[in-house]
Design a protein around this ligand. Structure first.
Ligand code: SF4
Length: 407
């Protein structure tokens, strides 16, 4: 290890000072890639690979990521059939790429009523969905108008309202909630664990980016703190990176290591999403370029090399044309796919038809398999809420039955 570190240092210094040829860089990359195991590469090695992958190295990196993925995850590609419940589009943040948020004064600002939520959830159940995905603007109740609206419904705040809605959805449909309400306190997470099979919060990036200038909730420390609290509470947790919002490759490596460090401590990160930025009309970043397929593939491969045994997700509706490339770069999960509701955060990106997706995946020699919003490795004591235990076991049987129909 020390020898490799020293070698990297000397080569990097030499490259900067004397312009050493790329052949030397390739040799160092090869050295790093040759010795990888399930502990993953070190941060210094990841920086090196992130900064120095020419096409030949990138190809090797991807090949290795794919074999690591096959070694740890087999040839199965998982997804969760979900119904998307956009509980509110009111948000305290103003991310410069967001097309979902609405100002309070907008006629499109909305908080779904319990009747609306149950109507969507029922539709989800009859369409064979397993997961009720609650998405949010963050801390909408920091606005007094929202607070008084919730008071009229009989709730003190958004988290109490969400808890009640999750409870009703579980009782009346049997769907398993997965909520993404943004930054939360430990007490709020504890309350929500009771009614959620798993929860999520995108870290997005540990870098300070202009896109988050007016988004206090996107401060990396606040988000890492929520992910840490979820770990202390043993909540199966989904997080990930948003690629192409002004962060550097070093930021991406730092973000992946920040996630890895929390997972090593608490073991609760069930998957890491590598999501590509998509510009939205009428936002400050509408003309911002999307990340290239190479950039995405390199990030997916680095994620696999840094976190060899974890589930790595790419969202199929945002990366439809390049799905094969990203799966071959080490991804093993496609996240939620909804047969009935659109992706309200990315409404321009339609969901793929599951059977068509399956055909493409089969051509790679992989198999598509439905999963629950809680990954199977987390269906164990302490990670599963007592209220959801029986429901989760009955859903396992349902998914197995669907898989037989599916084949
Ligand atoms: S991306 Fe999320 S946190 Fe940011 S403004 Fe939109 S809804 Fe709010």
């Amino acid at each position: 290890m020390i020898v490799i570190k020293l070698l990297i240092f000397i080569i990097k210094a030499g490259y900067k000072k004397f312009g050493l040829k790329s052949g030397f860089m390739e040799k160092v990359s090869n050295k790093i890639l040759e010795k990888i195991d399930n502990n993953g590469i070190t941060k210094r090695e990841a920086y090196f690979l992130a900064e120095n992958s020419d096409l030949a190295t990138l190809k090797k990196l991807i090949k290795l990521a794919n074999s690591l993925r096959i070694h740890n995850k087999g040839k199965v590609v998982t997804f969760s059939k979900n119904v998307f419940i956009p509980l509110t589009n009111i948000c305290r943040n103003r991310c410069k790429y967001c097309g979902f948020r609405r100002d309070l004064s907008s006629p499109e600002a909305k908080i779904l009523s319990p009747e609306e939520v149950l109507k969507i959830a029922n539709l989800g159940q009859t369409s064979g969905c397993i997961e009720a995905l609650f998405t949010f603007g963050e801390k909408a109740d920091s606005y007094p108008e929202v607070r008084s609206f919730l008071m009229q419904l009989g709730y003190e705040n958004m988290i109490d309202y969400l808890h009640e809605l999750c409870k009703r959805v579980i009782e009346s449909t049997g769907l398993l909630p997965h909520s993404n309400p943004g930054v939360l306190s430990k007490a709020e997470l504890k309350k929500l664990k009771d009614v959620n099979a798993s929860m999520g919060l995108m870290l997005e990036t540990t870098g300070e980016v202009e896109a988050h200038e007016f988004s206090p909730g996107k401060h990396p420390a606040a988000r890492l703190d929520t992910i840490k609290s979820a770990g202390e509470l043993k909540i199966p947790f989904t997080t990930g990176l948003l690629i192409g919002i002004g962060e550097t490759f070093k930021d991406r490596v730092d973000s992946l290591f920040a996630i890895k460090e929390l997972d090593q401590k608490y073991g609760h990160i069930q998957e890491i999403i590598i999501q590509n930025f998509k510009p939205k009309p009428n936002t400050p970043m509408e003309n911002w370029p999307e990340p290239s397929v190479e950039e995405m593939a390199k990030t997916v491969a680095l994620a696999r090399l840094i976190l060899p045994v974890k589930n790595i997700q790419v969202p199929p509706n945002l990366a439809y044309d390049a799905i094969e490339t990203f799966l071959l770069a080490g991804a093993n999960d496609l996240g939620g796919i909804s047969p009935i509701t659109k992706d309200y955060i990315n409404p321009e990106a339609g969901w793929p038809i599951i059977f068509e997706l399956e055909k493409r995946i089969n051509k790679l020699g992989f198999q598509l398999k439905e999963r629950l919003p809680i990954f199977s490795e987390y269906i164990k004591k302490d990670f599963v809420s007592f209220r959801l235990k029986d429901k989760i076991f009955s859903k396992i049987l349902e998914v197995e039955k669907n898989s037989i129909l599916f084949m």
